[in-house]
Write a protein that binds this ligand. Structure first.
Ligand SMILES: Cc1cc2nc3c(=O)[nH]c(=O)nc-3n(C[C@H](O)[C@H](O)[C@H](O)COP(=O)(O)OP(=O)(O)OC[C@H]3O[C@@H](n4cnc5c(N)ncnc54)[C@H](O)[C@@H]3O)c2cc1C
Length: 311
């Protein structure tokens, strides 16, 4: 383990209890792809004070580190990650209605999208249905400006509470100032950590909301290879086209290397058919990119975040 990691872990242990500082933690247990070697350490952080202490430690030691959400959009190297992974838990898992404005809800960054959708449905708050089936956490969804069925997280998020990368300062950023665009937010440029998001919804009958959620879930299950581990759409939607259509037109449905395969059900997804390595997935991605470029002149860009590996 690198010196700076050892020193940062020593400092972190002064604030975060031992049982939440996981050494050599296999990342396959923290990713929807079920792929990834060990992170030198994975720290589960329960509140803002702990996060601030962890960020101060990694900043002081110059330690490589990154935040993960629910790992639904990550491809982690088979070698793992040489630095410190930070994952939010505890107080970041709370979701509540604003006491002054009943149409506003504040969700901690670690709250899952599915739980958010269930909470909003029960409370008769509409506007989040499009996102109900997107795997992952609120933090990951804000970071990625996740979207589906014509909606994007930017449509509902009014304010985001963030911490600066060195852990010193906490502030609120308005939805407009988050510079959201297709699968992009300002958090990707500025490196701040997302703590929570305040959303504005509209009132509706819970049974109508539940019906819309169920309808979208049925559409998702019919089209996507939900039975296999994956990280969702492998590539971003290129300007003027759809990655899945281009991949299909290039005859790559079912293209396989090792345990990684272009899904027969939805060619936009690379799936782990069992025992796929990161290298298998990268080999599929490289071939898909080359073939699609050859056939269409369009260079597909990955939507999946590549951790300690590259195309
Ligand atoms: C079956 C399947 C279907 C999918 N369908 C969709 C879809 O319809 N639409 C869509 O947009 N995506 C989809 N995805 C991709 C994925 O669900 C989204 O990208 C999701 O927003 C990732 O959230 P996460 O919490 O898992 O983040 P992670 O994958 O853990 O992280 C993603 C990025 O966000 C950063 N991040 C996470 N939390 C924080 C935080 N608190 N502060 C700062 N940075 C943070 C991480 O550093 C990382 O760079 C799908 C994935 C799967 C497996």
């Amino acid at each position: 383990m690198r010196d700076s990691v050892v020193k940062a872990i020593e400092m972190i242990r002064e604030t975060v209890p031992e049982k939440r500082v996981l050494i050599d933690e296999p990342m396959r247990g923290h990713t929807s792809f079920r792929i990834g070697g060990p992170a030198a350490a994975l720290v589960l952080v329960n509140d803002e004070a702990e996060l601030s202490a962890v960020l101060a430690a990694v900043t002081a030691e110059g330690t490589e580190h990154m935040m993960i959400g629910n790992g639904s959009n990550l491809l982690v190297s088979d070698e793992g990650y040489p630095g410190i992974m930070i994952k939010l838990a505890g107080s970041f898992e709370s979701i509540e209605r604003d006491a002054d404005d009943p149409l506003r809800v504040k969700a901690g960054a670690a709250v899952l999208m599915s739980r958010t959708a269930a909470f909003l449905t029960e409370n008769g708050l509409s506007g989040f249905e499009f996102a109900s089936g997107i795997p992952g956490s609120i933090g990951g969804a804000v970071f990625m400006n996740a979207g589906a069925y014509g909606g994007e997280i930017k449509d509902v998020v009014k304010n985001v509470r963030v911490m600066d990368p060195d852990g010193t300062n906490v502030r609120e950023i308005s939805g407009e100032d988050m510079r959201f665009s297709y699968r992009h937010s300002r958090a990707q440029d500025d490196g701040f950590l997302i703590l929570s998001a305040e959303m504005e919804l509209t009132p509706d009958d819970p049974s109508e909301i539940a019906a819309r959620v169920a309808e979208l879930a049925a559409r998702r299950n019919a089209k996507q290879p939900v039975a296999y581990p994956s990280a969702g759409s492998t590539f971003k939607r290129p300007v003027g086209g759809y990655a899945a259509a281009l991949i299909e037109q290039s005859g790559l449905k079912g293209f396989k290397v090792g345990g990684a395969e272009v899904s027969e059900k939805h060619s936009g997804f690379v799936i782990n058919t069992g025992g796929a390595t990161c290298e298998d997935v990268l080999a599929v991605m490289r071939h898909v990119r080359e073939k699609v470029f050859e056939d269409s002149g369009i260079l597909l860009e990955p939507e999946v975040r590549l951790i300690n590996c590259s195309l």
